[in-house]
Design a protein. Structure first.
Length: 584
């Protein structure tokens, strides 16, 4: 039974005064249920069309027509019909259902604004539970206090007024999931936003779920190629990894994530893009680009735009993660992009300040680290016993003037398995993607690379680091020896080769051909302004003259010494054919 009942009283409400016989039966019910005599008072309530509503402490027994309908709906909800047995099950349910004395906990709204409602009377509500207000608006319990609770609202707070009723649903917040969500744009509650009609869900998954334990995981050792040469060659991402994309505003962070999604075409990878606090027009443009390139077929976009409430922006990444877990537990590979967690933290800060939680560093609440760690820890490569599925996370964080030591960036850097740092100076100089080789890192490293790319990439990071260091020391010097000039030219050529247009990811064999040719200095003397055209021509030439070599690299992920020599031979042949001069 419920908590302390030493001072229980019962309040009976109805439009008509109960008869003595009815009062006697109510008294017997109270004595039987609470094992003691409970004082019973009656009050007239004209709002009740018929029936009775009995309140004992925080327990409410609703024998009104609305209460009976609600009880029947809850009964139907507990049934689990298959695809073809819903009609017989409904008929059986109607025939067998009986009205029972089931207590409901009903509270009263104390205060309300557009985002937060405080409620009293729900003594047994749990954190994360969904509440339903009398207006139909739903909320989620976010703060439990001794004198009541606070919940965040998923609808218009203007429809709720102080003194109105609110009831528990006994269900934690969740989102409907299923294969039907692929190719669709939905909000943080799973409601379609693209005008293509209702999505039939296959199950309901909670927004919050524990991360897989150590024994439920296996090492991250399969590559999740982005198709971006600068990333796949130096900072490889594995299936089940969490790789942060970080940089200032307008440095190409979303472009990197979108190219990674485009590169999963035909690889049986489910992609989920979570847009948090973005302009609706930006999300629409992204969906249009994915649709035009046939990537929406395996992608779901979850959007909580800037105009959405802070509550919807707060739950959006958890909704995307719940959808990703549905596919991961089916044994499939998932790539999920959180764009971006800076705005997610801002939305949580706004809710926390409205909930009167103590502000800490940069006004964020003290648990903002836990906010993101419990989200990103759910990404994993599951053990074979659990199906072997994986969920790879690409969280995006925006910095201010390159300050990676700010609160949110340092938090997420410490949670993730590496970061791709995009630098403004590189971006504006035309180096795109603007990956800073010195500050970027992948803590999984070569374990997530195919042997072909790992062998082809060789010491490219070391070569680029030496070039950047030499460039700094020689930028004010006019008297350079030939060897230094040649090394600088070589480094400039490597940097130029890493430039890549948006929406044009490279396949594995294309990356191998470029890396092997460049690191063998075939392109040493190709002018920088002709490097892009030379690269495109070289790839076409190799694919035309050695298609089985390209297919073998894509199929096996291996690069033999004979294959390497063949690529160098073809590259030199193309260099000679195109009128270039061979480098030594």
């Amino acid at each position: 039974m419920r908590a302390d009942r030493s001072r229980l009283t019962a309040q009976l409400r109805s439009a008509q005064e109960p008869t003595p016989e009815q009062l006697r039966r109510f008294g017997e019910f109270l004595t039987r249920t609470y094992r003691r005599e409970v004082p019973l008072n009656w009050a007239r309530d004209e709002s009740l069309r018929s029936g009775f509503r009995l309140q004992v402490g925080s327990d409410v027994y609703d024998w009104t027509p609305d209460g009976r309908v609600r009880q029947f709906q809850d009964y139907l909800r507990r049934l689990q019909p298959g695809e073809n047995d819903i009609i017989p099950l409904m008929r059986q349910a109607v025939e067998e259902w009986e009205l029972a004395a089931v207590p409901e906990e009903i509270g009263t709204v104390l205060t309300v604004d557009s985002e937060i409602a405080t409620v009293s009377g729900l003594d047994h509500a749990q954190y994360g539970e969904i509440l339903v207000f009398s207006s139909g608006v739903r909320g989620m319990v976010q703060d439990l206090r001794r004198d009541g609770l606070s919940c965040i609202l998923f609808g218009d707070g203007e429809e709720i007024s102080a003194g109105s009723m609110v009831r528990r649903t006994l269900r934690t917040a969740g989102i409907p999931v299923g294969d039907g969500y692929l190719g669709r744009v939905v909000d943080a509650l799973g409601v379609p936003m693209d005008g293509k009609g209702r999505i039939p869900p296959q199950e309901q998954r909670p927004l919050e779920a524990p991360a897989p334990g150590i024994l439920d995981r296996q090492p991250v050792n399969a590559p999740m190629e982005t198709g971006l040469l600068a990333i796949d060659s130096m900072f490889p991402i594995g299936r089940g990894q969490r790789e942060l994309i970080i940089g200032d505003r307008q440095t190409g962070k979303t472009a990197v994530a979108v190219d990674a999604i485009l590169n999963q075409k035909g690889k049986d990878v489910v992609c989920i893009y979570v847009a948090i606090g973005q302009k609706t027009s930006s999300v629409a443009q992204l969906v249009e680009n994915l649709t035009r390139r046939e990537a929406m077929e395996y992608t779901c976009v979850i959007s909580a735009p800037a105009g959405a409430s802070a509550a919807l922006q707060y739950i959006a990444p958890y909704a995307g993660c719940a959808l990703g877990e549905y596919f991961m537990h089916q044994g499939r590979d998932v790539l999920i992009v959180y764009d971006d967690l800076s705005k997610h933290a801002v939305a949580y800060r706004a809710l926390s300040l409205l909930l009167e939680r103590s502000p800490g560093r940069e006004a964020y609440p003290g648990d903002v680290f836990y906010l993101h760690s419990r989200l990103l820890e759910r990404s994993a490569h599951l053990s074979d016993e659990l199906g072997g599925g994986s969920m790879t996370a690409l969280p995006i964080v925006e910095t201010q003037a390159g300050d990676v030591s700010a609160y949110i960036p340092t938090n997420i850097i410490s949670i993730t398995d590496g970061q791709i740092f995009l630098e403004s100076d590189l971006f504006f100089s035309g180096q795109r993607p603007a990956v800073n080789v010195g500050l970027s890192v992948s803590r999984v490293g070569g374990d997530a690379q195919t042997k072909a790319v790992k062998s082809a990439a060789g010491a490219i990071r070391l070569e680029l680091a030496q070039y950047r260091e030499m460039e700094v020391f020689t930028q004010f010097s006019s008297d350079l020896d030939d060897a230094t000039k040649r090394q600088l030219t070589y480094g400039q050529g490597l940097m130029r080769l890493l430039r890549q247009p948006q929406y044009a990811p490279f396949s594995q064999h294309q990356q191998v051909v470029i890396l092997v040719s460049a690191l063998n200095r075939v392109m040493q003397d190709v002018p920088l302004e002709k490097m892009d055209a030379f690269r495109a021509g070289l790839l076409a030439y190799v694919e035309e003259n050695a298609m089985d070599l390209c297919q073998r690299i894509d199929r096996t992920g291996l690069l033999s010494q004979e294959d390497r020599e063949e690529i160098v031979r073809l590259a030199r042949a193309y260099l000679a054919q195109s009128g270039g001069k061979q480098g030594g």
